[in-house]
Design a protein around this ligand. Sequence first.
Ligand SMILES: Nc1nc2c(ncn2[C@@H]2O[C@H](COP(=O)(O)OP(=O)(O)OP(=O)(O)O)[C@@H](O)[C@H]2O)c(=O)[nH]1
Ligand SMILES: [Mg+2]
Length: 328
Amino acid sequence: MSDTFCGFVALIGAPNAGKSTLINALVGSKVSVVSRKAQTTRTSVRGIVIEGAAQIIFVDTPGLFAPKRRLDRAMAASAWGAAADADVLALLIDARQEIQASASSGRAAPAHAPSDAPPGERPPPASLSEQTEEILRALRDSKTPKALVLNKIDLVDRPALLSLAAKLNAALEFKETFMVSAATGDGLDKLRERLGRMMPPGPWLYPEDQITDAPLRSLAAEITREKLFERLHDELPYQATVETDQWKTLPDGSVRIEQTIFVTRDSHKKIVIGEGGRTIKAIGSAARKEIAEANDGPVHLFLFVKVRANWLDDPERYRAMGLEFPKS
Ligand SMILES: Nc1nc2c(ncn2[C@@H]2O[C@H](COP(=O)(O)OP(=O)(O)OP(=O)(O)O)[C@@H](O)[C@H]2O)c(=O)[nH]1
Ligand SMILES: [Mg+2]
């Protein structure tokens, strides 16, 4: 009998539910990038946590939504792939958004099951958003144990939260329900502890001090992309990708990093650079600070912007992101 435990917990959910914020909070360090905008995470990122005798490998995934473009399809495939390999599926719900969506959906929930309902039959789940209903439908046939994680509880009141938890549990079987705030840390100790107990026996897959499987150069590219997301208007970030081209340790111990920001249009290049180079300078300076922190030492960051009208159809760009290239 093994005296250690190890397994995978896939964090899945709609865009913007707070999956990346949660994985960072659970790990206690930034392994995945976060933004106010939906569809920030593009590939599955591992964050590794030790909880007693268990090593929990959390997998942050791209938000689940109906894929339209090729990049969307690659992101969705990455999320569902991570879900298929997991020992536990943790479904993350943005509690505030879900409560608001149900309040405005107009489909009033019956307070109790109708009295003529057959005994033991669950009342139909009422007033969940269409997006959540769709994710629940997709999860219905999966045999993997599921945990429900209601996030952003710092933004909602207790009665609405409890009613949401009841509705979701009526719609799908969850082994556990957690109410957390990835932003404040509320509920995270319990979440870690209970998920640790759900891990199967087995040796740890990573050294004790390792917190992610992503090499620093990909994390560095992601950090720069996050700064792009923060500064630029809505459509542009989806049309941009960042790659680390060079990572060179200099004799004084500092690192010289060169990165390319690929955009699809000349007008986008102008926006990224900004008047007199102001925007790219701000992006570079914010990214440099954070990359230096991740690297635990000084870095010199050089950013280049290239127009590649077709990067969204270029297999090489997907490979660089760690995504499979969908054939169509
Ligand atoms: N108030 C509050 N905000 C939160 C919480 N968790 C996440 N957020 C915010 O929600 C937004 C989205 O967070 P992300 O972690 O990027 O969400 P995600 O699910 O990874 O999104 P995608 O990668 O686009 O699928 C950010 O602005 C976060 O700061 C929380 O517990 N409370
Ligand atoms: Mg994310």
